[in-house]
Design a protein around this ligand. Structure first.
Ligand code: XIL
Length: 351
């Protein structure tokens, strides 16, 4: 109870200070930009989710990553149904390709994701056994994957999207077969396989739902206090230009109150969330730039040792998972040119 009250008090204090600070930026003058040549020179890691086929086949895509990104996440190549084709049977082709590419170019790799309610391989859905058997197959999988990339993958989303909108634990095969303990076991298994890896609980909705934000922070904080090897909170932050910049900022500051590391792990800003027939006007581009600035700036305002980084969910607009209906969600356009959002990043990371 005492912890909860402290948490609420700190959140209120931090947020009110930060709102003032943020509002004072809303002057007519353009905020200053970081004077750097590319995002790799930023003071904290900035990265993108990567599609392996595009990486292999699109030179512009590949070069943009090499030039701009200091951290990469596999968009799909490290999900369980990609890697795990049977019990103790693996297909590491795409994951290896990504890790080798990162090593050649001195880029950090963030692993996404070990345990998730989605993308479960059929053999797991069909598996039958005791609770202990289920723990064993989860342990085997986590430790084989984390162990393979020990020292090469810096960090992992150990569990992804584990809560419902009302704050209860989401139904998934691991909850059904093992019980709520599956969460801390997953962290323990990952930690045993690579004690140096930085381990995250990744989820969404921090910026739009009090219940989701509070629950994610509370679960993470409780696990850490219990001695579970959790080191950070991942905020997916798939957002859009209609979301207020204070909401984006609040999500980051509130996560930082836990003292865990903060990773904005899947950032994108949809310009056309209602899927209307529109064009990407300058006005929309500038609105999007504000969202980018707010998020990158909020990261500058949390303690340096908690700033794990910001990863965008894709590299350029056509490589976004939202590109089916144009959403122009990323900082590079279809020609890999820097959009106003890119300037928003430079303004956000100015110190
Ligand atoms: C998405 C990928 O971008 C898509 O290509 C895939 O079809 C589905 O998954 N939250 C997550 C990510 O944690 O893994 C999801 O990625 C987007 C939402």
């Amino acid at each position: 109870m005492k912890n909860i009250l402290l948490y609420i008090a700190l959140t209120i204090i931090l947020t009110s200070c930060d709102k003032e600070k943020f509002n004072s930026d809303n002057s007519t003058q353009e905020p200053p930009k970081a004077n750097i040549e590319n995002l790799r020179q930023a003071s904290y890691p900035i990265g993108a989710a990567i599609n392996i086929n595009t990486l292999k086949n699109n030179v512009g895509y590949r070069n943009t990553i090499i030039k701009e990104m200091s951290s990469i996440t596999a968009e799909n190549a490290m999900k369980m149904n990609t890697i795990s084709i049977g019990r103790k049977q693996y297909n590491f082709d795409d994951a290896d390709y990504l890790v080798n590419f990162a090593q050649e170019n001195n880029i950090r790799v963030h692993g996404h994701t070990l345990i998730w309610y989605k993308h479960t391989p059929t053999w797991v859905s069909n598996f039958s056994g005791t609770t202990e058997d289920w723990k064993t197959i989860m342990k085997e999988y986590i430790q084989d994957v984390v162990g393979r990339y020990k020292g090469k993958v810096a960090s992992w989303d150990v569990v992804n999207e584990i809560i419902n909108d009302n704050g209860t634990l989401r139904d998934c095969i691991w909850l059904q077969k093992i019980g709520p303990e599956y969460i801390e076991l997953a962290f323990q298994y990952a930690h045993e396989a690579d004690p140096e890896a930085i381990l995250f609980y990744n989820d969404y909705g921090h910026e739009y739902s009090h219940t989701r934000r509070y629950t994610v922070n509370h679960i993470s904080d409780s696990l850490a206090r219990k001695g579970v090897p959790i080191h950070g909170i991942g905020l997916q932050m798939h957002t859009n230009i209609n979301r207020s910049v204070n909401d984006l900022r609040y999500a980051i500051i509130a996560a930082a109150v836990t003292k865990l590391k903060v990773h904005v792990s899947e950032f994108d800003v949809a310009v056309n969330p209602d899927k209307k027939s529109i064009t990407f006007t300058e006005e929309l581009a500038l609105k999007q730039k504000e969202s980018y600035r707010a998020v990158f700036k909020a990261m500058m305002d949390i303690p340096e040792n908690q700033r794990f980084g910001v990863t965008m969910w894709g590299v350029h607009d056509p490589s976004s998972w939202l590109s089916v209906n144009p959403d122009w969600a990323l900082p590079f356009n279809d020609k890999f040119e820097r959009k106003p959002a890119y300037d928003g990043i430079l303004q956000g990371i100015y110190k």
